[in-house]
Design a protein around this ligand. Structure first.
Ligand code: NAD
Ligand code: TYD
Length: 351
């Protein structure tokens, strides 16, 4: 079986659902259930005998030892993280704790387990560390895209903590020979994303008649990838990636934030003829240290492992809007609890 961390979050839950839909192999999901988790997301597989859930913190070494010894995974896919840049600006220490210390703790527990495996199993073992393109910093308008040789230049507490975790993961291959691979992906969107990130926030705010807050001039560029394509890339790296390697994953879909929001408004209007959601757009104070542009050259993944995205931005966004329209109960569920406090903290003080 494989062990997934952070499987109640956005990408981890999509990964588990896709995995169980297309493969026979069981999965154990290790998640501490932070604000970003919604266990209801995985309700459809709760009764599947191939699925198990363990509530545990990746920073807790004893708990990691117990879970790994109990399930004896042949591979670990590590998604668990604090993942939102704006939250990292308000509270960087949670990011250092989970992303750096948590990843290091999980790697230590995995190393102890891996070292004790019989030789053939140890050779076949894999640890995939899921990371972000934000570790490479920001690009100018005419700079070449990020690739596997780009320099690490993180600018936010989030990206700095992810960069730290990438370095620790890399060191476990180079120092101990543990079969670790790192993936660095661009911005994801799709079903089950917590509505603190740009695309789901804009969809749920538009539908609720609330403002659509654009940071700064809205000309920051992200390279958008549909979550299902990210999941298939990770599965491919797990299957055939070379230990010790870094693989960049991207969508070939560079868009300015303002264009993304206008596209969303047009898609939503198809479901509410005559409605002009663009009237809800407001410009608010920019994010401190806001990276201007991310873009990914994924030719290594394409040439070595034959992966490329299957969804275009248009088809992926259409599916995403449809999912949020059909799942208002899920949205209401994640908007209860601490969500309101967060909205007030992040947007209340912006001019
Ligand atoms: P998310 O915030 O939606 O989910 C994170 C999950 O990790 C949650 O279920 C949470 O409960 C769990 N978690 C957090 N701290 C934990 C801890 N200490 N112990 C155990 N579980 C813990 O995140 P996401 O958007 O699904 O991102 C998953 C991974 O992919 C992250 O490592 C992120 O850096 C990376 N990534 C995300 C994107 C993106 O666009 N969302 C892009 C590239 C890479
Ligand atoms: P986000 O989804 O937070 O991802 P990241 O910061 O990791 O790229 O933000 C995507 C872009 O959208 C980023 O340039 C910030 C911008 N943004 C807004 O303009 N308004 C918002 O309310 C949010 C959440 C993001």
């Amino acid at each position: 079986m494989i062990l997934v961390t952070g499987g109640c979050g956005f990408i981890g839950s999509n990964f588990i659902l896709d995995w169980l839909a297309t493969r026979a192999e069981p999965v154990v999901n290790v998640d501490v259930l932070t604000y970003a988790a919604n266990p209801a997301t995985l309700a459809s597989v709760n009764d599947d005998s191939r699925y198990a859930f363990e509530r545990a913190d990746i920073c807790d070494r004893d708990a990691m030892d117990v879970v790994i010894a109990k399930h004896k995974p042949r591979a670990i896919v590590h998604f668990a993280a604090e993942s939102h840049v704006d939250r990292s600006i308000h509270g960087p220490m949670d990011f250092v704790r989970t992303n750096v210390m948590g990843t290091a703790t999980l790697l230590e527990a995995s190393r102890a387990y891996w070292k004790a495996l019989p030789e053939a199993q140890a050779t076949a073992f894999r640890f995939v560390h899921v990371s972000t393109d934000e570790v490479f910093g920001t690009l100018g308008a005419n700079d070449p895209k990020f690739n596997e040789l780009s320099q690490y230049q993180p600018n936010s507490p989030y990206s700095a903590s992810k960069a730290g975790s990438d370095h620790v993961a890399r060191a476990y291959f180079h120092t101990y020979g543990m079969p670790v691979m790192v993936t660095n992906c661009s911005n994801n969107y799709g079903p089950r994303q917590f509505p603190e990130k740009l695309i789901p926030l804009m969809i749920v705010n538009a539908l609720a008649g609330k403002s659509l807050p654009i940071y700064g001039d809205g000309q920051q560029i992200r390279d958008w990838l549909y979550v299902g394509d990210h999941c298939s890339a990770i599965a491919r790296v797990l299957e055939a990636g070379r230990p010790g390697e870094l693989y960049l994953i991207g969508g070939d879909a560079e868009k300015a934030n303002l264009d993304v929001v206008h596209t969303l408004c047009a898609l939503l209007a198809k479901h509410a003829p005559g409605k002009d959601y663009t009237k809800q757009i407001t410009y608010v104070t920019d994010r401190p240290g806001h990276d201007r542009r991310y873009a990914i050259d994924f030719s290594k993944l394409q040439s070595e492992l034959g992966w490329r995205p299957t969804e275009s931005f248009a088809t992926g966004l259409e599916k995403t809007v449809r999912w949020y329209l059909d799942n208002s109960a899920w949205v209401a569920d994640v908007q209860s609890g601490e969500y309101k406090t967060w909205v007030e903290k992040n947007y209340g003080a912006r001019a």
